[in-house]
Design a protein around this ligand. Structure first.
Ligand SMILES: [Zn+2]
Ligand SMILES: [Zn+2]
Length: 433
């Protein structure tokens, strides 16, 4: 299909889909009649023909959407409707944000990649593939600027790949190859140090988790390593056996600690005049976090356990939930007392520093537990989570130090209780060493 045919196709499509003045015109709306077809196709050859035709139509329609959305941007249509971009326009029409972004990206890049656009007009390549080629070209161009000629020859090299992932891989290989062989301009910023290439994606997965991918210049990367390194240390289990957490898990835990340390600092940028912090909304029913949505009541309890984890707990109408909130919070004086007694995370074998610790209510505030030295224990986040989620129990012993009961079968014999990390000596309890 060439450009003229495409125009005819689009015109026919618009005629077919556009609202019509009278129901009589329905007779001409063949596409709708096709969708309504009462005849079920069960044989292999016609089914394959239908698939090929439908996939081609999809590719062409994606091309039409991409071109139309970027044309709308050039005409300033999104701005007139108080939208930021063509992608917002598509989202408003019911398209998923990721797909909308992709279409607009392809539409904007079309004029720089005529060979690719030509292929798209033939209906043989899908929008994901076209997008991968466009991104591959951008990836290479950002590192070693491309001439028109380079661009055309690289498009060809990328188009012979079979999947978008292979296109991306090939583009990275070409970029590395070019960086190694092309003479760098005098004073040009080396790729490794170029902050313009920095990128971070942050998406919430179907199961509600948050997945991140980072591409950082070497200095920011160095800062990341420097920040995480001391926090990644393995922490032995209470019985002295090695930390079972794999490296990736320890790194993720360390990253969490970096975020919490940052969020607990007052000297940082504000958002709408307030210091942004974790917000937990606890209406009757579902506990919900400000950015990421619903959480289990166990995690909501952990978040409410220590005020330093959140600035606000509000009900569904936005009103602060805790009357007597002041009493729920561990005051700086009680925290100091806890710091003197626990010397950091109290969990056996841990001892992470005081500044990393949440103050945990031994008897939950919601169940009538008071906020006092004798009802508080300091825990690093890892062990605070273990107490709330992991079946460990903590109580204040007669020595007024925290003691721990490992998870166990309630029907079986109770395991030996463990001392707090700070409580290495000076005890008259039989289980203490
Ligand atoms: Zn707690
Ligand atoms: Zn700990």
């Amino acid at each position: 299909m060439d450009a003229t045919h495409l125009d005819m196709f689009v015109t026919a499509l618009i005629d077919d889909l556009a609202p019509v003045p009278t129901p009589d015109d329905d007779a001409d709306r063949t596409l709708f009649h096709l969708l309504d077809s009462p005849r079920r196709i069960v044989d292999e050859p016609p089914l394959l023909v239908v698939l090929v035709a439908a996939v081609t139509a999809r590719n062409l329609l994606d091309h039409v959407i991409a071109s139309a959305a970027s044309a709308a941007e050039r005409l300033g249509i999104p701005a007139r409707r108080h939208l930021r971009s063509g992608a917002d326009l598509l989202t408003m029409l019911g398209m998923a944000p990721g797909a909308a972004q992709r279409l607009v990206r392809v539409g904007r890049a079309a004029h720089t990649l005529p060979a690719l656009t030509q292929q798209q007009r033939l209906g043989g390549i899908g929008i994901e593939f076209v997008d991968a080629v466009g991104r591959g070209i951008t990836h290479i161009d950002n590192r070693t600027p491309l001439s028109e000629e380079d661009r055309a020859s690289i498009v060809t090299k990328l188009m012979i790949q079979t999947t978008p992932a292979q296109v991306a891989e090939k583009a990275r290989a070409i970029a590395i190859d070019r960086a190694a062989t092309q003479p760098q301009e005098e004073g040009a910023v080396p790729v490794a140090e170029n902050t313009d290439l920095n990128d971070m994606t942050l998406v919430q997965t179907d199961d509600g988790r948050v997945a991140a991918a980072l591409d950082l210049d070497v200095l920011t990367g160095e800062e990341l390593f420097a920040a995480l390194d001391p926090l990644c240390r393995p922490v032995p289990l209470p019985d002295g056996s090695p930390d079972p957490r794999p490296t990736g898990r320890r790194r993720a835990d360390a990253f969490g600690q970096v975020l919490r340390t940052y969020l607990s600092d007052q000297q940082r940028p504000t958002s709408g005049g307030v210091l942004p912090h974790v917000t937990l909304v606890r209406p009757a029913g579902i506990d919900t976090l400000g950015f990421t949505g619903p959480v289990s009541s166990v995690t909501a309890d952990l978040i409410s356990c220590d005020s330093t984890l959140t600035s606000v707990i509000v009900d569904h109408s936005g009103a602060p939930l805790d009357v007597g909130r002041a009493e729920r919070l561990f005051t700086p004086i009680i925290r100091k007392g806890l710091a003197v007694r626990d010397c950091g995370c109290a969990f056996p074998g841990c001892g992470r520093p005081v500044s990393w610790c949440d103050a945990h209510h031994i008897r939950p505030w919601s169940e009538g537990g008071v906020t006092s030295l004798d009802n508080g224990v300091l825990f690093c986040r890892c062990h605070h989570t273990l107490i709330h989620h992991g079946g460990w129990q903590v109580y204040l012993g007669p020595d007024r130090h925290p003691w721990f009961i490992p998870p166990h079968d309630p029907a079986g014999p109770e395991p030996a209780h463990l001392r707090s990390h700070a409580r290495r000596t000076l005890t008259n309890l039989p289980t203490a060493a």
